[in-house]
Every structure is written in C-alpha cells, then in structure tokens.
Design a protein around this ligand. Structure first.
Ligand code: GLU
Ligand code: MG
Length: 430
C-alpha cells in the first residue's frame, strides 16, 4: 500500500441481508474497476449481531469479486480523518465474471429488467427514512413533536448531513423534526429505482456517520421501544412508460392508471410474503400495527397513513402526472433496500402479468373497514412467503435459505429477552 495521506481510501461495499454495509478498502489509485476486490460468499450469512447463520449454504467455500459501480460514490469526511473515505457500492460477481445469483443489487437489476422487457415500464422511487438521535451518552434530546426546538438542538448536525448528501449526489427534499423526541425524517428527490435504492443505503451510513462526528448517535431501528414511536422506511413509487409518467389517469380508480392498478394489486396480493423481506427483524412486526401510523392493514387507501399502500395527495397547482405516487409503508431499515425494491418490482410484474384489479380503495379510518390484517409476527410472514410459489421463484434457493437462516439465528440469539430488550439490541446495531 502507498502511504500518501492525501489519497482517499476507496471502500468497496455491499449492503447485505441485514441491511448492514460491509466491504473492503484500498488506496483509490490501486482499485481495478474490472476485477474489483475479493469477497466471501458466507459474508451474506451474517446476522445483525455479527454471527454467521449456521447452517448456511456457503460455509468456508468459494470466492467472489466485488465490482464497484463508480456512479454510487459517497464521500465520508471526518474531523480526525487523515484521508477521506470514498464508498462505492458493488455488484457481487462469481470468479467467472457473472453476477452472483445471491447478490441483492443484481436481484434488483433483474427485476427492473423484467418489468421493462415484459411491460415497458420503469420505476421511479424515493425512500423516506425516519431515525432517532440521542446524545453520545445515550440520554434523550429535548424537543416537541415536529418542533423547531427539536431541530435546532441538534445543529449543526442537519447542516452537516445536507453537505454530506451533496457530496454523495443525494438531493435533499425535506429535513424535518418528527413526532418523537430526537426523531427526524429525511426525504430525497425521486430517482430511478436502482439509484434510489443505492441512495437509501448511503443515506443511512451518512446520517449515522455525521451524527457520530457531531457527538450524537442516530438509529434507524424500526422501534426504539415497544411503547414509543416507530422509525419507518416508506417507499414512494411511480411508473414511467417510454420516458413519460404512467401512474396517473383521472378516469381510473382514485386516479390509478390501468397499469398502476394492476401493478399495485400485485403488491397487495403478495403483501404477507413481501413482509418477510421488507420488515425482517424480530421487532419489525411490533411497528406494523394499527394506530402507529405505520401500516395497519393490507389495503390501498387515499391519503391514509395506516394503509399498506397510501395514495399520496396531489397539491393544487401541481401536475398530477408528475406528482402522483403510491407509498409502500411496511418497510424498515433492517431490510436491504435493493431487496425491498426487488420484491415490490417483482410483485408489480406479477400483478401486471395477471392483469389484477383493485376491488376497494379505502377512504375511511382503518378501524372502520374490513381489510386483511398484516402478519402479526415475522414467522407468520415467513410462513406466507414459504407457501407462495410465485414469490419463491423470484429468488435463488441459496438466497432464500440464507435469509431464513439469518432470521432463525436472530430469533435464537434474542430468545429469552423481552420486547424492550430486543428493541435495545437492534437499536445498538441500526
Ligand atoms: N413513524 C411512522 C412509521 O413508523 C410514520 C409516520 C409518518 O411519517 O407518517 O412508519
Ligand atoms: Mg414521518
């Protein structure tokens, strides 16, 4: 290794099945873009607490290469850093140079190709993240719900995040103090679904890093405490055909175009199994209950913050073709964004293949309508996934086995803990 302090480190990274970013670094000038850096298949079997799922399909065998996508660059600067750390997300390739069948980012690329090839559609997306900040010693920050005081008390944190987003090519839309003490929400400009998912990975790393630099701690844990507010990851989705918006049709049900209706009917149809991937931690289901403004039932609702799919409002004066979008509310930060999006896109493809329709748009409070409940536990979602042959066909068998192995290993690690303790264990990681 050269020892030129000015030269940045390049950290070649993957986001894994527990949504943690792992990888290897080297001086940037030594990075070979074609052969990337080495990697190990079993790394995919790490659970949130750093243990390998046992058994897993890989064991001690095999090798991979991480091939960086240089367009994903995010720069991490630190007060004490001798050199910047540039992070690049990578695709995982086998030794013969092909995408690895278990690579989450490649899974998403395949799903997007399928949607394009079979239906001529592209997905535009934006991830909305919530997180809670605390002082470095773990004490809570003061601030009233949505209050200016809550925002100002953490400054210059917000300003620093904004700058770091600019360095990473992420366009900030809103930075807002949320309901909980020290809780924030961050929304970014919609992008194509791959870029939006890449940014969802980087965004969390940036927020956590900038928080540490400001002597704060930020956690995206789905639920810091069972009695407290949740941190959601809401995925805003719209469709494009031939480069033009294709989600809105004033003559359609609640403004849904025919293709959007079938696509989102596909998401509703597979919702139970989807949750095994989008809300995959042992505490994720605790957040997904009515009256938490997360998601309280399997339905699509107009401007309804308890519907699994929320039809977002069109402000007067805005062009509905550009603004109209549907929000999937049942993801959280313990889920890999590429896999979240791959599930949604594959479900859309299936809805379109089968020309599914939506029977009912919910316009009332969730308590007043008869809609199927969401799975009440991860195991229930996993059983729904296992029974869903269509969903199983979206993934390589080794990927499914690894995912399920991780979930079983986390359940075992946390057995004997009560829910507040489980939340605390995850809060320390995310
Ligand atoms: N905190 C809520 C959740 O867990 C979301 C609140 C909102 O922004 O609508 O999803
Ligand atoms: Mg919010």
């Amino acid at each position: 290794m050269k020892s030129d302090n000015a030269e940045p480190f390049a950290f070649i990274a993957v986001n894994d099945l527990v949504a943690l970013t792992r990888g290897r670094s080297l001086p940037k000038s030594e990075l070979n873009l074609n052969s990337g850096v080495g990697w190990v298949p079993a790394d995919l079997a790490l659970n949130a607490f750093g243990a390998l799922a046992d058994p897993n399909p890989f064991g001690a065998l095999g090798d991979l290469r991480l091939i960086p996508d240089m367009s994903t660059k995010a720069i991490f600067r630190g007060k004490k850093y001798g050199r910047d750390v540039e992070v690049y997300l990578a695709d995982q390739h086998t030794m013969d140079g092909k995408p690895w069948e278990c690579c989450p980012r490649s899974l998403l690329k395949n799903a997007l190709e399928r949607l394009k090839k079979d239906h001529g559609l592209e997905v535009i997306a934006s991830y909305e993240h919530e997180f809670v900040t605390k002082n470095a010693d773990g004490s809570s920050l003061q601030g009233s719900p949505f209050g200016l005081d809550g925002m100002l008390v953490t400054e210059p944190f917000g300003n620093d995040v904004w700058r770091a987003f600019v360095d990473a090519g992420i366009e900030l839309e809103n930075w807002l103090p949320e309901y909980g003490a020290g809780q924030f929400e961050v929304t970014v400009t919609p992008q194509n679904a791959l870029k939006a998912s890449d940014q969802a990975v980087m965004l969390k790393e940036i927020v956590r890093h900038v928080a540490r630099e400001n002597d704060l701690r930020a956690t995206f844990v789905p639920l810091p405490h069972p009695e407290g507010v949740g941190n959601g990851v809401h995925v805003h989705l719209s469709l494009k055909k031939d480069g033009k918006p294709a989600t809105y049709d004033p003559a359609g049900k609640a403004g849904l175009s025919k293709v959007a209706e079938s696509a989102f009917a596909g998401v509703l149809d597979h919702a139970e199994g989807i949750l095994a991937w989008t809300a995959p931690s042992q505490i994720s289901a605790l957040r997904l209950t009515p009256h938490r403004w997360s998601a309280g039932g399997i339905c699509i609702g107009r401007q309804n913050r308890e519907a699994l799919l929320r039809i977002c409002p069109i402000p007067s004066g805005a062009d509905p073709n550009k603004i109209y979008n549907i929000e999937f509310r049942a993801a959280d930060a313990t889920a890999n964004p590429h896999i979240v999006m791959a599930c949604l896109v594959n479900a859309m493809c299936d809805g379109l293949d089968r020309k599914l329709v939506i029977d009912h748009i919910v316009d009332d409070h969730i308590d007043n309508v008869d809609v199927p409940p969401l799975p009440t536990s991860l195991n229930q979602a996993i059983e729904a996934f296992k029974a869903n042959k269509t969903m199983n066909s979206w993934f390589a068998k080794d990927l499914i086995d690894t995912h399920l192995g991780i979930r079983a290993s986390e359940e075992k690690t946390l057995s004997g803990l009560d829910n507040p303790e489980k939340c605390a264990r995850y809060a320390a990681v995310y």
